[in-house]
Design a protein around this ligand. Sequence first.
Ligand SMILES: NC(=O)C1=CN([C@@H]2O[C@H](COP(=O)(O)OP(=O)(O)OC[C@H]3O[C@@H](n4cnc5c(N)ncnc54)[C@H](OP(=O)(O)O)[C@@H]3O)[C@@H](O)[C@H]2O)C=CC1
Ligand SMILES: CC(=O)[C@@H](O)[C@H](O)COP(=O)(O)O
Ligand SMILES: [Mn+2]
Length: 399
Amino acid sequence: MTVSSPLKVSVLGATGSIGRSTLDVLARHPERYRLHAVTAQRSREALRDLCLAWSPARAVIGSAADAEWLRAELGAAGHVATEVSSGEQALIEVAGDPDADVVMAAIVGAAGLLPTLAAVEAGKRVLLANKEALVMSGSLFMQAVARAGATLLPIDSEHNAIYQCLPMQHRGGLERLGVSRLLLTASGGPFREWASADLAEVTPAQACAHPNWSMGQKISVDSATLMNKGLELIEACWLFDATPAQVEVVVHPQSIVHSMVGYSDGSVLAQLGNPDMRTPIAYGLAWPERIDAGVAALDLFTVGRLDFEPPDEQRFPCLRLARQAMAAGGTAPAVLNAANEVAVQAFLAGRLSFPGIARVVAATLEALEVHAADSLDVIMCEDARARRTAEALLQQRSG
Ligand SMILES: NC(=O)C1=CN([C@@H]2O[C@H](COP(=O)(O)OP(=O)(O)OC[C@H]3O[C@@H](n4cnc5c(N)ncnc54)[C@H](OP(=O)(O)O)[C@@H]3O)[C@@H](O)[C@H]2O)C=CC1
Ligand SMILES: CC(=O)[C@@H](O)[C@H](O)COP(=O)(O)O
Ligand SMILES: [Mn+2]
């Protein structure tokens, strides 16, 4: 009898919401997985605790000073198993480390693009939570997956649901599979029932209080503006080779149906479950097998009812802006993403109102020409240009 050795897993963004849920699933299956590497940007105490608890071979943190601090803390605890490094180059290098089998891409925002691509280029099994990476570089990203022979598994709950509802081999066009549409569910966020006039008074704490999911601040605000659904629409187009017209957004306030696939014979297949990211994470880790994720069985009698309604793009214009950016193509989605990141940070810092987020994104898209997104240099350059433009718009608004 041969006993296979545990898969080595690197978790990029290990201190975040997805990172912690990933570690929770890994802890349930020590015979199947070993934690190989962990990364964080600033959370040095949390990263130290992870190193002490898990003894990963490698750890990366944002700054050299924090790496120095981490080495000293680990040394003082007599822990020598973890090699500590710092900075973006170290992060990229660890993401593509030949010793790892699986990479969880769970850094938030554009900062995840180069490390996630490094994992793809190294041909890993890549568990993609960092949707912004795909939104920014969709065509190049998918080409890299094919060229490197990487296995790309969507972790975003909706895309994971769609993946589960498609036939196992689904590359090469939806029509060929008899798929007529992808139904992307949206909770509608905390302000689903609010009047437009009240949205001007929304606070960061209210925007971060998602009705169903516990997540990081940035994605929580994106859910509240429906930009999250816009980013997910673009993500779905790249992952499943769909046109924006083939992706229908359906507001489903209970977040129990995680998304659906409509077939040409009238069938609609759905994936349901409690709103807990450990389900898609466990799916990605074990695919094509299934493992325990620690998630309670869905109790349909407690859920009671499932509601569906169309999204309101008047009150929540970010969804329309994302659709427009995808239709414009080229660098427009990267510009949309960068402007949104700047605007969300400004909102969280109290520099911009909640409705101001969509206004800054719209004005940035309007201000910048669309270029062909045919190299990473072009994408990174337009990302930087969009950030400068959005920041200048913020200054004008406050001036
Ligand atoms: N949370 C969720 O349920 C879901 C999340 N996603 C996606 O997953 C990704 C992660 O989300 P979430 O876990 O909520 O985010 P969090 O904010 O909770 O965590 C982000 C992680 O990324 C690290 N990080 C932040 N900035 C940088 C940077 N500049 N360079 C390197 N690392 C950095 C953080 O480190 P530090 O702690 O040091 O700041 C942290 O480990 C996002 O793209 C999100 O859209 C998708 C579906 C669901
Ligand atoms: C858990 C997950 O995948 C999030 O992206 C979630 O979907 C956010 O909820 P919204 O549907 O409110 O955007
Ligand atoms: Mn999602």
